[in-house]
Design a protein around this ligand. Structure first.
Ligand SMILES: [Fe+2]
Ligand SMILES: [Fe+2]
Length: 174
């Protein structure tokens, strides 16, 4: 049997990864409908990665004698004010997720569950990468401002970034 506090913390994290996946899927769809095909590809892929994060947790909970709860999926926003706003929201969301992961790690230490603590370290480093990526993209967008040519190049860069990540499957759990 899995420690109940650990089980609850991991199930809460499963819910957060699921909501990340849906949120980025909504951003992908918005980008696609606004002529930002590179951004759409990037977001579809990011959404898939969040689903992998969720699956990895579900399997871990079940393998350790817990019961993973598959979360309900509330509808994310349909409209976004701007591309810059999209990435601001993405960064804000990742920061909330990082805090949540730190919370799980904290529970692991309180409950002296060192194997779950060890498992969670993958998420700790993944969050560092994702926050850095989101901050870098946001910096670029702020530099570009309203420049159409800059935006075109930005969107193409994201398309290349998405293609590279697909080729390497970087950071995706088995
Ligand atoms: Fe995630
Ligand atoms: Fe994430």
């Amino acid at each position: 049997m899995m420690n109940k506090r650990i089980e609850a913390a991991l199930n809460d994290q499963i819910q957060k990864e699921s909501s990340s996946s849906q949120f980025y899927l909504a951003m992908a769809s918005w980008a696609e409908n606004n002529g930002l095909n590179g951004t759409a590809k990037f977001m579809y892929q990011h959404s898939d990665e969040e689903r992998f994060h969720m699956l990895k947790l579900i399997k871990f909970v079940n393998e350790r004698g817990g019961v993973a709860l598959v979360p309900a999926v509330p509808q994310p926003p349909v409209e976004f004010d701007s591309l810059e706003r999209v990435f601001e929201l993405l960064l804000e969301h990742e920061i909330v997720v990082t805090e949540s992961i730190n919370g799980v790690v904290d529970v692991c230490l309180q409950e002296k569950d060192y194997s779950t603590h060890n498992f969670m370290q993958w998420y700790v480093s993944e969050q560092l990468e994702e926050e850095a990526l989101a901050r870098g993209i946001l910096d670029k967008l702020r530099l570009i401002g309203g420049d159409k040519g800059g935006l075109y190049l930005f969107d193409r860069d994201l398309e290349n970034a998405a293609a590279q990540a697909t080729a390497g499957m970087g950071g995706q759990p088995a």
